[in-house]
Design a protein around this ligand. Sequence first.
Ligand SMILES: Nc1ncnc2c1ncn2[C@@H]1O[C@H](COP(=O)(O)OP(=O)(O)O)[C@@H](O)[C@H]1O
Ligand SMILES: [Mg+2]
Length: 329
Amino acid sequence: MRTVLFTCAGQRVDIVTSFRRVGARTLAVDVNPLAPALYHADEHAFAPRVDDPGYVSALADLVAAHDVSLVVPLTDLDHGVLSRARDELGALVLLPSPEIVDALADKWLAHLLFVERGLGSPPTWLPGDVPADVEYPVLVKARHGFGSRNIFRCADARELEFFLGYTKVDSMVQACCRGEEFSIDVFCDLESRCLNAVPRTMIESKGGESIKGMTIRDAELVEVGRSVSETLGLVGPANIQCFREPDGTHRITDINPRFGGGFPLPTAAGSRYPELALALAAGERPEPRLGDFREKLYMTRFFSELVLAEDGDTLKPFAEELPEPVAEP
Ligand SMILES: Nc1ncnc2c1ncn2[C@@H]1O[C@H](COP(=O)(O)OP(=O)(O)O)[C@@H](O)[C@H]1O
Ligand SMILES: [Mg+2]
């Protein structure tokens, strides 16, 4: 049985559970003892903060002690550190190269990269370079943003000036897309071959998290997922966000090189991404199955909770009121 180490496990109970279901031994790591995913793994451990100089060696010790064969980061926080430390960890790390990780973490660098590689990206400027005849609305958008934070819509030049002064973070200015927004969950092998791409609609999001959405077997979006992944050299899971403009072209606005927030939907649709990740860890070379998933599946999310009790100086699960399944998993 293969052991998978999840870093920054946080709330990603869905991902840890999916790997467990397909036969992995799971080891979840977080800095916070109240991270719920810790208690849904076979074993858990605590790590220093990502910015601590001992972070990588603490993970390497866990890899050795638990015979870990795969490291799966669950948030954006440690991608830069882990993509650089892949040779020190002693297990396969599902991340692209540090150059790509760094570019995707900065929306301005990401825009430059997309343009350089011929991928559609909305016109974007640094704050001092916005042309006088720019078409409104535009967005003032954080370069290192996440969870839809620090994005301001500006209807005219007066609002643009106001929000550039108001925002507290390093920002850029981006043309506002007018079409529909889609999210594509892809998974690539170690040679950056895209093994599958599952597009979904964004029916409703809260705080940047998709809470309602539907899988669609849209050949153009599957192709956007494949070409973006292979052009950038993605490795492992990624979530590609794009808009379909009124003229039918696609503009990429955000890529996260990790399992997307909407992970349960592609999983239910048959993506088999956890199995594919385990296959890569076993040195196998699975064949691409682009477009092989179930379409028109809707996801609608709700809150869940775990109650913990003190047990000496640790916490142990005390109660968890899971809903009765309404269907076979
Ligand atoms: N150029 C754009 N045009 C229209 N809406 C946008 C644009 N960029 C971002 N948004 C909206 O803001 C949300 C968050 O932006 P995104 O670039 O995904 O940043 P993050 O998810 O890292 O906060 C998107 O899901 C989308 O709804
Ligand atoms: Mg986003």
